[in-house]
Design a protein around this ligand. Structure first.
Ligand code: AMP
Length: 216
């Protein structure tokens, strides 16, 4: 089973990807996480990526596709992939199709989390990521506690692109480049739409229901 989680910034893709990984023993490919790892290395490439992310633009496809290629071709993750934040434009869709075909895999479903911009902004402004384990929390909706998180709270960080100015640009980029992908997956009859404004467990239940009906 390979799943694409789709939605605007802050829709909850990463949180639901983490849930799926735990429950179904899947592997999460978050291009955002891969890019942030490169930024943390403070490499030449990392610095270039950082300035693009902080302006709300997409990072060039060749950089992204390189990251993806290694993971999709890795046999130990075969048919166990959850894509979070990829593909993000039609060119990335084509690249993913080629890679999957080459590795005898296919997409099982595309789960689109639909949500209004106002709610999403509140979610993004409350978001925290653990720089040690990578789990995602939210000071308003899912605070880190002793029960759901084992790391020291000092590792909880805000993302540098989670500020109002960059968020607005990320929405413009999403509408222009990413949203058109939905039509493609609709035509392929892979698209399932979910109300992304519900709480985390309700959304997760709906996702599980959809997965249970898949022919995998
Ligand atoms: P995310 O963590 O998915 O919200 O991504 C954070 C930022 O990383 C985005 O706003 C983009 O600048 C960049 N990014 C993440 N995934 C991609 C992708 N598939 N293609 C291009 N840029 C990406």
């Amino acid at each position: 089973m390979n799943i694409i989680l789709f939605g605007p910034p802050g829709a909850g893709k990463g949180t639901q990807a983490d849930n799926l990984v735990q429950a179904f023993n899947l592997f999460k490919i978050s291009t955002g996480d891969l890019l942030r790892k490169e930024i943390n290395k403070k490499s030449f490439l990392g610095n270039k990526i950082k300035s693009m992310i902080n302006t709300g633009l997409l990072v060039p496809d060749d950089i992204i596709n390189n990251f993806i290629q290694n993971i999709v071709s890795n046999k130990s993750y075969s048919n166990r992939l959850v894509f979070d934040g990829y593909p993000r434009n039609l060119n990335q869709v084509s690249n993913l199709n080629i890679l999957l075909k080459k590795n005898n895999q296919e997409i099982s479903c595309v789960l689109s989390l639909k949500i209004e911009q106002d709610l999403v902004i509140k979610r993004i402004l409350g978001r925290q990521i653990c720089s040690s384990c990578g789990l995602i929390f939210n000071i308003f909706f899912k605070p880190s506690t002793n029960i759901n998180h084992q790391c020291d709270p000092k590792f909880l960080k805000k993302r540098s692109d989670d500020n109002e100015k960059t968020i607005k640009n990320r929405f413009v980029t999403y509408a222009k480049e990413t949203a058109p992908i939905l039509n493609y997956y609709k035509k392929e009859t892979l698209l399932y739409e979910i109300d992304g404004s519900s709480d985390i467990s309700t959304i997760y239940q709906q996702i599980c229901q959809i997965i249970s009906l898949l022919d995998t």
